[in-house]
Design a protein around this ligand. Sequence first.
Ligand code: HEM
Length: 153
Amino acid sequence: MDELKKFNYLHGALRETLRLFPPIPFQHKAPLKPDRFLSGHEINTNEKTLLCFCAMGRMESMWGKDCLEFKPERWITELGNTKVEPSFKFTAFNAGSRSCLGKDMSFIQLKIVAAAIISRFQIRVVEGHPISPSDSVVLHMKHGLKVKVSSYI
Ligand code: HEM
């Protein structure tokens, strides 16, 4: 477990993946009583607010000019530590009182699986394979991901 905490670059790569491709790409919320946004817009109980996590993870105003680039370094401080971003900015696990209870557990599992695979196999995406999302509540790849796997061992 302690070893996993040292995998800062992998941690950044996982966060970057979740920023650009959140498995739950959008959310909706409705107020229990009529309310007002900070912008002044009013909202009633029969109205829903749609939050698009996929778009929020790609907004230049939040992530900078390189917002569309996959940059694990984004999550590493100048001193080499893991950079923490507020959950209302990095929304893959939602934010607030109903946010994901398995967030930390997910990173442990993802790191264990990724480290086990990456240390044994070289994985290359098959050239020309079409990559696009499917229309679904959970983010899936329309055509899956074709890869070539070769063993290091
Ligand atoms: C990469 C992996 C995961 C992602 C991206 C993710 C994302 C999310 C999101 C966006 C929500 C909010 C859903 C909503 O409000 O409708 C949520 C809720 C939740 N997640 Fe996860 N999750 C992940 C893995 C896990 C794991 C591994 C567990 C359990 C060990 C877990 C347990 C939960 C629970 C219990 C809730 C409901 C919390 C509540 O409503 O109070 N999640 N998750």
